[in-house]
Design a protein around this ligand. Structure first.
Ligand code: SF4
Length: 423
């Protein structure tokens, strides 16, 4: 019953898996093309038959980047820069852990100059604009244009309430994708965001954006009350209105989310995704994530988190350790990468990470695994994640350090940075 577009907004940017046409690239891309299940329903109308979840040019450029990093022996490198130019939102989703800041923080904005300087600092080939609601930032169009001019692939995550109104400020570009937050069909989505009419507004905006030639994906966060059969119908519907790719995510258990009752455990996440992938066979869904990340969601991989893969820049600074978890801030990207105690985070290391299976930390791990085991990635791409049989062992939680409530301390640290470096 909850939604947090911020959970699933992200690095669906770097891979693509679809259920109808096999292909594979070296980086994150995987796709699976299992034969249609007996009695499987065919996808409804798919008017954008030439659309792809991730363009080939993007896949190749990011693949080359990842390969260069590996060949150079880089120990840590970023894939996606998560940018939160503001925390203010025009919705109050019960599963969101980003919007309960005091007003002075909600009113803060990352300036265009600071946003672009951060993009220059961080070599990630993909930039995801998230928040809060990025379209509440009056100069979001300038930030997007600046990022595109720097050769980045840009994804703008939005609840779409302002999308039609702001469409004129943006231009279609193969490197620019709207990522619209939709957590299910009309009933499920409106319930999730606690406002009737939101689904219809988002769908109208998606159609308007597609009609104008924009690329449009959706991001979809799943909680423990997700009904796989209803979600399957929703995915069919999304493709029928021209959505090019779906980014899936299990909801991260934000400790400050108003509704903490519906977050998934690791086991329920795996069961849910296995059911979903079984239902998806032969339906032509296009996911934006890699085959091995989806294999991980289906319980077939034992992955440790790669928390530096998606560094996060918000109004305070560079958030440690990741987009989901705020445990402090660095002033610069370099400081973030060099002075964060990365070994303290991830499932099995920290209680707050225990149930996390979000792409923010685990898609970069899947990328590395793809490079190390391309044949496995190809196999999953062709046949899909295994949805029956034993699951891969999970990481032990026996030695994880207990959760520490650092909210007040971290908020003060952030506010101090806001005062010294007003954005
Ligand atoms: S497991 Fe990784 S991505 Fe998830 S909250 Fe922990 S550090 Fe962040």
């Amino acid at each position: 019953m909850t939604a947090a577009h911020s959970t699933s907004c992200g690095p669906g940017a770097i891979g693509a898996l679809r259920t109808d046409v096999p292909s594979l690239n070296l980086t994150t891309t995987g796709l699976y093309d299992p034969p249609p299940a007996r009695n499987a329903r065919r996808p409804r109308q798919q008017p954008e038959s030439k659309s792809v979840a991730v363009p080939l040019k993007q896949t190749l450029r990011i693949g080359a980047y990842v390969l260069r990093q590996h060949l150079s022996g880089a120990k840590r490198y970023p894939l996606v820069l998560m940018m939160e130019p503001l925390f203010r939102c025009n919705l109050t989703c019960a599963g969101c852990g980003k919007i309960d800041y005091p007003d002075d923080v909600l009113n803060a904005r990352l300036s265009v100059a600071d946003a672009l300087a951060s993009i220059d600092e961080c070599p990630a080939p993909v930039v995801v604009m998230a928040g809060g609601e990025p379209l509440l930032h009056r100069e979001m169009d300038r930030i997007v244009r600046g990022a595109l001019a720097r050769g980045k692939f840009v994804y703008l995550c939005t609840n779409a309430l302002l999308l039609e109104k702001k469409l004129d400020q943006f231009e279609p570009n193969p490197a620019f994708t709207w990522t619209v937050h939709l957590d299910g069909n009309r009933e499920d989505h409106d319930h999730a965001v606690s406002r009737d009419g939101t689904f219809d507004q988002a769908v109208a905006a998606i159609k308007a954006a597609r009609a104008r030639g924009f690329r449009v994906n959706i991001n979809c966060t799943l909680f423990n009350n997700a009904d796989p059969a209803r979600m399957a119908e929703f995915f069919d519907f999304a493709h029928s209105i021209g959505v090019e790719g779906i980014t899936l995510s299990p909801g991260y258990a934000y400790e400050r989310a108003p509704d903490g009752q519906h977050f998934l455990t690791r086991r329920t996440t795996k069961d849910l995704f296995r059911t979903l992938f079984r239902l998806g066979k032969g339906r032509g869904w296009k996911f934006t994530q890699s085959s091995l990340f989806l294999n991980f969601l289906a319980g077939n991989e034992t992955y440790a988190c790669t928390p530096w893969g998606n560094p996060t820049r918000n109004v305070f600074g560079w958030q440690r350790p990741c987009y989901l978890l705020g445990e402090g801030y660095a002033r610069t990207y370099k400081e973030l990468m060099e002075e964060t105690d990365w070994e303290s985070y991830g499932t099995g290391k920290y209680e707050k990470c225990a149930d996390c299976m979000v792409h923010s930390g685990y898609e970069p791990t899947a990328v590395t695994d793809t490079l190390n085991h391309p044949l496995k990635a190809a196999r999953v791409a062709l046949f899909g994640p295994r949805t029956e049989g034993p699951m891969a062992p999970d990481l032990s939680l026996d030695n994880q350090r207990p959760a520490v409530d650092r909210y007040a301390e971290v908020l003060e640290e952030g506010r101090a940075l806001l005062k010294t470096d007003p954005s």
